[in-house]
Design a protein around this ligand. Structure first.
Ligand code: HAM
Length: 415
């Protein structure tokens, strides 16, 4: 016997019973994006590996350890996208849109070679927003406002939106230098991961999971003292403006795992999630366009982890109306397909399940009942001869009737 082929680890399939909870969330997100006057963009899921090295950063975990890269037939190194921002910026530079303002949203699969666990996959999905060409200030408020709309629109409970400011390039450098010098006398207490961070991307140490280092950091330099006053004011202003809409915390230890961030950064978590509790993250990345060879273009954006947000969204799935159509003829009864076609055109809101089996009428009715259909339409030889169709009501206490096609279409519009 031939061996069967399995799916890749961390890359699940999605069946109708899974997708039923995805659609309302995706629809609601689209509705919110539209209400903020943001347009959709679609970029490829594969790019040159260099794009991610230069943007997300080749010292970041994402590029260093998690990227899916391979050489194509032309020996060029390509990668599956680990996130959406770099591709969007690559695209707008290419289209010479890096000198104007644009607002985009996107949704789709992303790929990271992480250790799979609950809430963490190798193929996962993000919905993202990028506000391009806007200086620090108004766009930051607009984006935080949108985060609160998302949290409230999807009825997500027990959330914290942590915000921080990384300052500008200079203050980031000054702080990193001070941090490295402070930590140099604690190197012997650091694990391999933190030591590596100290060498490559020292700010990431603020994100350490090591309790001892967390304690040591408390007496170290604070980012708060390095960033300009205007940055601290921005954080406080955001908190006081939106604090009544969603729970906002200023966290001076919040740093993000991607290299391109410059000013405001944020991350939303919910205690209803497990260990992987961040369902949204993002920030300002004013240097990315130039890093990728474009013009100087300020920008800010976010991405939502769809698997995670869907598991905690408490909006109910939409209940599509269902009917079943069965034939009791000995042959195929092409007329049934013609009628079903007309019905579907008359009211596309209803899902009409055409029975395609060869089973007995009893089995067909049982199946229709199981699908939660409200009505069954039955066409047999006798009905065909008399130009009639039987309508059976499954959820109402109404006698079954025989109707003409015209009457059936009228009834179908009203279901
Ligand atoms: P990120 O924080 O790397 O940011 O990812 C955003 C969200 O994607 C996370 O908060 C999480 O919910 C979800 N996520 C990340 N990795 C996984 C995984 N392996 N499995 C399931 N969900 C995951 C970005 O990607 C930036 N591009 C956000 C951004 C947009 N910044 C500016 N613009």
């Amino acid at each position: 016997m031939t061996n069967k082929i399995n799916s890749l680890r961390g890359m699940p399939d999605f069946y109708p019973e899974d997708i039923i909870s995805w659609t309302p969330v995706e629809n609601k997100l689209e509705e919110i994006f539209n209400s903020y006057s943001i347009n959709e963009i679609r970029t490829p899921i594969m790019e040159y590996t260099d794009l991610y090295k230069r943007s997300v950063g080749d010292t970041s975990d994402i590029v260093n350890k998690e990227i899916y890269s391979f050489n194509d037939r032309n020996d060029q190194s390509l990668s599956l996208r680990p996130e959406g921002t770099a591709g969007v910026i690559r695209s707008i530079i290419e289209k010479k849109l890096d000198q104007q303002q644009s607002k985009f949203w996107y949704m789709g699969p992303m790929f990271r070679y992480e250790r799979p666990q609950k809430g963490r996959y190798r193929q996962f999905h993000q919905a993202g927003i990028e506000l391009l060409g806007f200086e620090e200030g108004k766009a930051d408020f607009e984006l935080i406002s949108m985060i609160c709309s998302i949290i409230n629109g999807l009825k997500i409970k027990n959330t914290t939106l942590k915000i921080n400011h990384l300052g500008d390039k200079q203050s980031k450098q000054d702080f990193a230098k001070e941090l490295v010098s402070f930590l140099s006398s604690y190197k012997d207490q650091m694990d391999e991961k933190d030591l590596e961070r100290l060498n490559t991307n020292p700010l990431r140490i603020l994100d350490t999971k090591d309790h001892n280092i967390q304690e040591i950091l408390k007496s170290g330099p604070s980012l708060k003292d390095f960033i300009p006053n205007s940055a601290n004011e921005l954080l406080e202003n955001i908190q006081s403006t939106f604090g009544d809409l969603c729970n906002i915390e200023i966290d001076n230890n919040l740093v993000r795992g991607l290299d391109y961030y410059t000013g405001l950064v944020f991350e939303a978590t919910s205690s209803d999630l497990g260990a992987q509790d961040a369902f949204l993250g993002g920030g300002r990345y004013d240097i990315l366009s130039e890093m990728l060879g474009g013009k100087d273009m300020p920008a800010i954006g976010l991405a939502i982890g769809l698997e995670r947000i869907i598991s905690i969204a408490t909006i109910s799935p939409s209940n599509k109306k269902k009917v079943a159509f069965i034939t009791s003829t000995s042959n195929i009864a092409p007329l049934a397909f013609k009628i079903a076609n007309q019905l579907r055109s008359a009211n596309s809101e209803i899902s009409l399940d055409m029975d395609l089996t060869e089973s007995s009428i009893k089995a067909k009715l049982r199946r229709a009942n199981k699908t939660n259909a409200s009505h069954v339409f039955i066409l047999g030889d006798e009905e065909i001869n008399n130009n009639l169709i039987i309508v059976k009501y499954l959820r109402e206490d109404v006698e079954q009737t025989n109707v003409s096609l015209k009457e059936l279409i009228e009834l179908y519009k009203e279901i």
